[in-house]
Design a binder for this molecule. Structure first.
Ligand code: AMX
Length: 433
């Protein structure tokens, strides 16, 4: 057993009595009430999910295992010559809550390398699909195609104790995660780089090898590490995390579950917003027909969007009520690496003028930018201008969080999820009372 798996098992054994005690002795303790507004309004704010992997404070933003984004970047071991931690060390951290040392990190790096090879039939599936298929459809299909590899299904069919289910889930999660950068880069180069490919480099870590296979030089390896870590986890109620958890609650394996979560991420109100931000920004420049826009031009374009009944992509959030620290982390990267890039300047102008406009319009509860408002500009700067692809990179990152979560779901024996529905007439009756 690897030291990550051993540590994880120890943590699971330590944690299980806490969940058991809560269920046995305190099942009836109320965490809140559910209103008609919440029942109709997407269960916003209903406290009915449990995860220890990340927590989203509306004012502070995300903490991974108790650490803010800057604390996480600071604490984890860096790849030599890199400003950002390896994704492998972050995986160890998300799963166990412990910051790994160099030796423990190196072991995960080696383990991921051993699992990195993508089966040829997955490539064949991708190549058989029409070339104009959206990259998210290709990505989700590739994940689903690999379902036949599931260790969980094999062990389940052999007859596995519920207490052991975390182990094959961990194996599936790691096998899957290790392959995602290669799958993502393959899709990118098949669609946008004349179907020319760069093979994996076994000397490189997970994030570094993604940059290598994309065919983009340094510091894009750091962009990748930063990007994947920032997008990994955002509590469990967002669409991609919740979908993955929900599907896994039926004891569907990691392949079925992640593919479903990725389909949710593909919606424009969720992960696809990052491509929408770039599309909106480029449309603005094109409609304007000149580069020397004024703040008034940007304001007018924002009002035009709002007045035509559309949302401003990259702004607002279901939980957050301030600027997303994931936005801030990427903005800091831009200020360091691309401060004079015209697109960054435009994105910064949008940042300056959008919150007051959304406040004036008075609909959005949160007028501040989310992660997606800033991510595309970095990709664009390093040559990834095909914005349809942006959500695939979000998905590679999101996989880290949701796969860690479903491993813990099986460790703690969370049951099949089944909230109760009511009819509209029942709500009307409740309203009369
Ligand atoms: N532009 C215009 N209107 C907005 C808005 C925005 N950016 N954000 C919210 N609103 C509107 C909503 O559409 C809603 O209008 P309605 O009353 O007519 O239906 C109203 O404000 C209240 O919505 P809310 O409670 O503030 O937000 P929500 O929890 O319902 O939705 C979100 C959250 C993110 C879907 C929404 O803010 C939005 O559509 N943002 C733009 C898309 C985006 O950036 N998505 C990415 C989110 C982060 C992520 O998951 N990657």
């Amino acid at each position: 057993m690897s030291s990550l798996k051993e540590t994880l098992f120890k943590k699971i054994e330590e944690h299980r009595p806490r969940t058991t005690k809560l269920l046995k002795d305190h099942s009836d303790v109320k965490l809140g009430e559910v209103t008609i507004g919440q029942a109709i309004g997407g269960a916003r704010g209903v406290r009915c999910l449990v995860t220890d992997i990340s927590y989203l404070d509306p004012m502070e933003g995300i903490r991974f295992r108790g650490k803010t984004i800057p604390e996480t970047f600071e604490a984890l071991p860096k790849i030599p010559g890199s400003d950002y931690p390896s994704v492998e060390s972050f995986w160890y951290f998300l799963l166990t809550g412990d910051v790994p040392n160099k030796k423990q990190t190196d072991e995960v790096v080696a383990d991921f390398k051993a699992r990195r090879q993508v089966p040829q039939y997955v490539i064949d599936v991708l190549r058989a699909m029409p070339r104009d298929t959206h990259p998210m459809t290709l990505f989700s299909a590739a994940i689903l195609a690999m379902q036949r590899e599931s260790v969980f299904v094999r062990r389940y069919n052999e007859g596995m104790s519920r207490m052991d289910q975390w182990d094959p889930m961990y194996e599936d999660a790691t096998n899957l995660l290790a392959k995602l950068p290669s799958i993502g880069a393959y899709i990118y180069r098949m669609k946008y780089k004349a179907d020319t490919h760069v093979g994996t480099n076994m000397d490189l870590d997970w994030g570094g090898d993604f940059a290598h296979q994309m065919g983009i030089a340094k510091p894009y390896d750091d962009v990748s590490r930063m990007y994947f870590i920032l997008h990994s986890d955002h509590e469990s109620g967002n669409v991609s995390a919740h979908t993955t958890h929900l599907v896994a609650s039926a004891l569907s394996d990691a392949y079925y579950s992640l593919s479903a979560g990725i389909n949710g991420l593909a919606g424009p109100l969720h992960g696809l917003a990052n491509q929408e931000v770039l599309r909106w920004t480029m449309n603005f420049l094109q409609t304007l027909g000149k580069d020397d826009y004024t703040e008034e031009d940007v304001k007018q374009a924002l009002w035009d969007t709002l007045n035509s009944g559309q949302v401003v992509p990259g702004y607002g959030h279901a939980v957050l009520r301030k600027t997303d620290p994931r936005y801030t982390a990427q903005r800091e990267f831009c200020l360091k690496h691309l401060p004079d890039f015209p697109l960054f300047k435009l994105i910064s102008t949008i940042y300056k003028v959008t919150p007051p406009i959304l406040q004036e319009q008075g609909k959005a509860k949160n007028p501040w930018p989310n992660v997606d408002a800033q991510s595309g500009v970095i990709q664009w700067y390093y040559g990834v201008t095909e914005w349809d692809f942006y959500t695939v990179m979000f998905g590679i990152g999101r996989a880290i969080g949701v796969l860690a979560n479903i491993t813990w779901d099986r460790a703690l024996g969370y049951p099949i999820e089944r909230p109760k529905s009511l009819t509209t007439a029942m709500l009307e009756d409740a309203a009369k009372k």
